[in-house]
Ligand binder design. Structure first.
Ligand SMILES: Cc1cc2nc3c(=O)[nH]c(=O)nc-3n(C[C@H](O)[C@H](O)[C@H](O)COP(=O)(O)OP(=O)(O)OC[C@H]3O[C@@H](n4cnc5c(N)ncnc54)[C@H](O)[C@@H]3O)c2cc1C
Length: 217
C-alpha cells in the first residue's frame, strides 16, 4: 500500500493548483484523475474569460470576489492572458433579467469600466437594449493545460494517478484508506450460466380474447 500526506481528487486547475501548493510545502501528494490526461474537463472547456465581475450583475458578492481575485490569477498566469482586445457586454431587448440602468449602476458600484456603445457593426441593435465596451481579458486554457501538466509532472512530491477513480474511502482515526479503480479497465469476467428451458406456464388465450377475424373481401 502506498502512503501519502494528501490525496487530491481531480486533475483540473483546482486540483493541480492544490497539489502544487501542498507539494511546495513539502507534503507527499497523490493527485487522482479519472481521465487519461489532466485538464480535460471544465478547466479546458470553458469561456476563457478572466472574470472581472461583469458576468454577475445579480450577485454583487460574486462579482466583487471575481474582480478581487483577478489580480492574483493574473499575477500568477500573466503569460497565458490576452490583454489586447475589446470586450463587449450586450443587454438583450427581450427577456433579460438586467436592464441598462441596473448594469450601469452595478459597474459604477464595482468601479469597473463600462462605456455605452451606440452602434457597432457586429451587433444587431433591433435585438439589443444596450451595448457596453468593458475591460475584461481572456486566458488561453490550452496553454494553461500545458503549463500545469508539465509542472505537476516535474514537481517532486506529486504522484499522478491518471485513468483512476476513487472507488471507496474509509477513515480510521486521522487516516484514510482509498480504493482506486481504472474506469477504462475491462470489466471483470462475468459467469453466465445458461438456465435450461422452463416449461411454459402461460395458457393460450381463450377464444373470447382472440382478435375478431377481419371480414373476408
Ligand atoms: C461551460 C463553462 C464555462 C466556463 N467559463 C468560465 C470562464 O469563462 N472563466 C472562468 O474563470 N471560469 C469559467 N468556468 C468555470 C471554470 O471552468 C471552473 O471553475 C474550473 O475549471 C473548475 O476547475 P476544477 O479543477 O474544479 O474542475 P475540472 O477542470 O472539471 O476538474 C475536475 C476534475 O476532476 C475529475 N474527476 C471528477 N470526479 C472524479 C473522481 N471521482 N475521481 C477522479 N477524478 C475525478 C474530472 O475528470 C476533472 O478532470 C466555466 C465552466 C463551464 C462549465
Amino acid at each position: 500500500m502506498q502512503r501519502f500526506d494528501f490525496v487530491v481528487i481531480g486533475g483540473g486547475i483546482f486540483g493541480c493548483y492544490a497539489a502544487l501548493h501542498l507539494a511546495g510545502k513539502g507534503a507527499k501528494v497523490a493527485l487522482v484523475e479519472k481521465e487519461k490526461r489532466l485538464f480535460q474537463k471544465a478547466s479546458l472547456v470553458n469561456q476563457a474569460r478572466l472574470h472581472s465581475g461583469y458576468h454577475y450583475p445579480r450577485s454583487i458578492a460574486t462579482a466583487a470576489l471575481s474582480d478581487e481575485h483577478k489580480e492574483r490569477f493574473t499575477a500568477e498566469h500573466r503569460q497565458f492572458v490576452n490583454f489586447s482586445f475589446d470586450k463587449y457586454y450586450a443587454i438583450d431587448r427581450f427577456g433579460s433579467f438586467t436592464d441598462p440602468q441596473q448594469f450601469e449602476r452595478f459597474c459604477a458600484y464595482l468601479d469597473i469600466r463600462c462605456e455605452r456603445v451606440p452602434e457597432h457593426n457586429f451587433f444587431n441593435f433591433n435585438r439589443l437594449e444596450a451595448l457596453y465596451r468593458t475591460e475584461e481579458f481572456s486566458f488561453d486554457p490550452v496553454l494553461l493545460r500545458e503549463f500545469y501538466r508539465e509542472k505537476v509532472e516535474t514537481t517532486p512530491g506529486i504522484s499522478v494517478f491518471r485513468d483512476t477513480i476513487v472507488h471507496a474511502a474509509a477513515a480510521s482515526g486521522k487516516d484514510w484508506t482509498l480504493e482506486l479503480q481504472s474506469p477504462s479497465a475491462p470489466p471483470p469476467p462475468q459467469t453466465i450460466k445458461p438456465s435450461p428451458p422452463q416449461p411454459s406456464t402461460s395458457k393460450p388465450p381463450s377464444s373470447s380474447t382472440l382478435p375478431t377475424p377481419l371480414p373476408m373481401p
